[in-house]
Design a protein around this ligand. Sequence first.
Ligand code: COA
Length: 170
Amino acid sequence: MKKITTDYSHIQFHEGHSKVDIHQVINLFNSAAIWAKNRKKEELEIAIANSNPVVTAWDHKQIIGFGRATSDCIYRGTIWDIVIHQNYQGGGLGRKLVQTILSHPRICHVERVYLMTTYQQKFYERIGFEYNPTTTMVLQNQPIEQELELTNSKIRLLSAKQEMLSQNIG
Ligand SMILES: CC(C)(COP(=O)(O)OP(=O)(O)OC[C@H]1O[C@@H](n2cnc3c(N)ncnc32)[C@H](O)[C@@H]1OP(=O)(O)O)[C@@H](O)C(=O)NCCC(=O)NCCS
């Protein structure tokens, strides 16, 4: 990857939920995070509230980087939504963002730190992550309303069967 020699020493990294400006994070995601485009504000707020640490990178009043993690503080931690604004990529800020998360007390003691990435394996390799093809599975959960409707239809079906059975027995 091409190295950029711009001076980013004025970029500030902040940890904490209170620092997050949700509208700026949405703009950042819409411009640079293909997996997180068009996320709803209310849903993103839930994801951020349930993450710790949450790290933002700032160029004065503009958020130019974001990342978050979840952790059980002992066995497993997972890093999510690492993004650096396009105009600031290639200058070491992505590495600093991930390292800030990795050094947080909720992450630095866990046995393993996981992450999912489709295209950025090389970037994470530079930070010390390794390929791990053996342990990855995924459940594509349906939206909650759909799941509830499915459960309700199954219950209705079961009740109907029981009704038929009891009529036959009677
Ligand atoms: C991935 C991303 C966070 C990297 O941030 P960045 O600031 O550009 O990366 P850095 O400059 O800190 O790079 C750190 C090292 O990784 C290397 N690197 C970064 N991106 C790379 C890539 N796509 N391919 C190969 N190497 C890469 C850099 O050359 C540098 O190497 P070095 O150890 O020799 O110095 C940024 O490009 C981004 O936000 N991309 C869009 C969103 C995205 O894909 N996020 C990851 C989702 S899992």
